[in-house]
Design a protein around this ligand. Structure first.
Ligand code: URA
Length: 262
């Protein structure tokens, strides 16, 4: 790993903002290899140097990876004047360079990777990579085998070209016990469950990431998405134990699987 400035190291390690860490250093609270330092613009090597704040060794990861179960009502952005953002939900070891990998609509729930690894994000989002994204959805309308065929062919949603083929699977109520996903444990609004309109539960896998893609695909066949939750992205599946709004770090195996794919 290349040398970096001490203030960047401290800020990225969660010691404070770039300006507050300058003060911390000035106060003599930071040591590099057991020597108290006074300047925060010196270069350090995160792998070789031992850097302590108030005598406690700081650990530095060049890249951070979190799996968030995005709740409804939060926007997929880093900062916003009015709305709460997904990055604000990551409260631990807050680095300033975290961002969400792609976007889910404000009313969509589910798997969102939050990282500072731009390369990984580009690879997962690059149109040419065709990374599978699988969603659970509740649809106002009756999804039939004909809809499944139409989605497999590609749908004209008003863009220059139709969507790439997508896999649509109708979920019947007795299927929860025959799949990996406990669909009956997905916690959606009672209003969705109880009103009179005909509804279908589906699982849909798309390989693109067009704006409001799934909603527009169903609109194009005369139906409406009333609940949408992302279950997986590439090799990474949402951890079922995370409630909406909760997150955890990716395990080394999960990171390896995501990165190793490319
Ligand atoms: N498709 C949509 O319509 N919305 C999302 O949030 C994700 C995929």
């Amino acid at each position: 790993m290349a040398d970096i400035r001490l203030d960047k190291f401290l800020a990225d390690a969660g010691a404070g903002t770039r300006s507050t860490v300058k003060l911390i250093v000035k106060k003599g609270r930071v040591t590099v290899n057991d020597v108290t330092v006074e300047k925060s613009d010196i270069k350090v090597n995160p792998e070789k140097d031992i850097i302590c704040l108030d005598g406690k060794k700081l650990t530095y990861n060049e890249f951070e990876y979190f799996m968030l179960n995005k709740p409804q009502g939060v926007i997929s952005a880093t900062k916003d004047d009015k709305e709460k953002t997904v990055v604000e939900l990551i409260t631990e070891n807050k680095r300033r360079d975290l961002f969400p990998v792609g976007r889910l609509d404000k009313d969509t729930e589910g798997l969102l990777i939050i990282t500072n690894d731009g390369k990984l994000a580009n690879r997962l989002l690059a149109p040419g990579k065709h990374v599978d994204k699988t969603y659970f959805a509740i649809i106002a309308g009756e999804v039939t085998e004909d809809t499944v065929l139409r989605f497999a062919e590609g749908i004209d949603i008003g863009d220059d070209k139709p969507t790439a083929p997508s896999k649509l699977r109708i979920i019947y109520d007795d299927m929860s016990y025959t799949t990996d996903i406990a669909y009956d444990s997905i916690d959606y609004d009672d209003d969705i469950a109880s009103n009179d309109i005909v509804k279908s539960k589906v699982e849909i896998t798309i390989t693109e990431g067009r704006y409001h893609q799934i909603k527009r695909m169903f609109e194009a066949v005369g139906m409406r998405v009333i609940y949408l939750k992302r279950l997986s992205m590439g090799s990474l599946s949402l951890d079922n134990s995370l409630k909406p709004g909760e997150y955890r770090r990716l395990t080394d195996d999960e990171i390896e699987l995501l990165i190793g794919k490319f």
